[in-house]
Design a protein around this ligand. Structure first.
Ligand code: MG
Length: 390
């Protein structure tokens, strides 16, 4: 494989750091062209130095000087602000863009990279939740392939390599069930953020860990799968699989099911996306089936995890509603992490925003940005009134 030049958007986050772990194991295959972060200047300075990055961008412009000083003795060029991210991803020197920013903020740079025809390794599922139809349209128009990094979607992508043109009858999207899978509803209702942040299988950033506890993450993944694999939602089934060994499955019309398995470690799907179609040797834990013993499967409980049902409702309604779902969820999760609302406050805020937002059946990209803004301020109002009641 020819050396690939990589841009990592959100390099100081969990996916960004694990992408650099993969690159560290294969310095002959990858070159770091661009690293970006929101504000973690100490971490990104160390990354830029270790990987000899050509460019870094810090989105928080107030941190520009301190980062620039920290890298003053290196060849790395330092930039600040989101506009610089959107400009630099389009450079001829970038082959693959790892889109691993958190939340809606990942949409604008991903659109810029798509329009420049880059290969996108997509970890930022909110991009497809908020603007799936537009993003997939750009991917086709500019011949910019999107390779999934999300473990379930990487699994489906890997299973689909066995399709050989045959029709898929069902996608089985596996879910760990999160930390509250076996709790009753009364106990979940008063769960603190520290309890919600303890994911049983995966080590991830705080936003996605809360989304896993509410199962909104799985709802987002249904929407993500709908767009990535152009599959109707009624063919996507969520199955709870607490061991997180099977990362998802694809069923064909003859009843055959192809599953993808690996230890729960994000470096596996990351290497498959940035190394595709090659599989790179990886120092991850390999599966020991006898030690595993049993794999178990359950129906998801929509009464205990209403966020999952809301996500299904949002994609069935379509238009700008999934964008509102995502925006309200981002505001609500931030409020929960600041102890402003209780656990089920998250899904209540999202439900109310979905009902109140002005429906647009075929949103333009401007409509998406406007819906995002409106749903956030609507969510913030609801959160304030909720806080007063509590
Ligand atoms: Mg996932």
């Amino acid at each position: 494989m020819e050396k690939r030049r990589i841009a990592i958007l959100g390099s100081t986050g969990s996916i960004g750091r694990q992408t650099l772990d993969v690159i560290r194991e294969h310095p002959d295959l990858f070159e770091v062209e661009l690293l970006t972060c929101n504000s973690s200047f100490v971490t990104i300075a160390a990354q830029a130095r270790e990987f000899d990055a050509n460019n870094v961008v810090i989105c928080d412009e107030t941190r520009y000087k301190v980062l620039s000083d920290a890298l003053g003795d290196t060849d790395t060029k330092v930039f600040a602000g989101m506009k610089s991210v959107c400009d630099l991803v389009t450079s001829d020197r970038v082959d693959i863009v790892v889109a691993s920013m958190v939340g809606f903020s990942g949409l604008a740079p991903t659109i810029a990279a798509l329009k420049a025809g880059k290969v996108i390794a997509l970890a930022n599922k909110e991009t497809l939740v908020a603007a799936g139809s537009i993003v997939m349209g750009l991917s086709r128009k500019y011949n910019a392939p999107i390779l999934p990094v999300d473990s379930e979607h990487s699994a489906i992508f890997q299973c689909l390599l066995a399709a050989q043109g045959n029709k898929v009858s069902k996608i089985h999207l596996t879910a760990s069930g999160g930390p509250f899978r076996t709790w009753d509803k009364e106990k979940i209702a008063v769960a603190t953020k520290d309890m919600a942040l303890k994911h049983p299988n995966w080590s991830m950033g705080s936003k996605i860990t809360i989304d896993s506890a509410t199962m909104m993450n799985k709802g987002f993944e249904v929407i993500e799968a709908r767009w990535l694999f152009n599959t109707p939602v009624d063919k996507i089934h969520v199955v709870v699989h607490p061991e997180s060994v099977i990362h998802s499955m694809v069923e064909f019309e003859d009843g055959a099911v192809i599953a993808q398995m690996a230890s729960p470690d994000m470096r596996e799907p990351i290497q498959f996306a940035i190394g595709f179609p090659e599989r790179l040797p990886l120092g991850n834990k390999k599966l020991d089936f006898a030690a595993l013993g049993t794999l178990s499967f359950f129906e998801p409980d929509l009464d205990k995890f209403p966020a999952l049902g809301l996500a299904f409702k949002a994609i069935e309604k379509g238009g700008n509603i999934p964008c509102a779902l995502n925006a309200a969820n981002e505001s609500a999760v931030a409020a929960y992490l600041k102890d402003k609302i209780p656990f089920y406050g998250i899904s209540n805020v999202v439900r109310e925003c979905m009902e109140r937002i002005h429906f647009i059946a075929e949103p333009t990209i401007d409509d998406i940005f406007e819906t995002n803004k409106q749903a956030r301020s609507m969510a913030d109002e609801i959160i304030v009134s909720m806080g007063k009641k509590a």
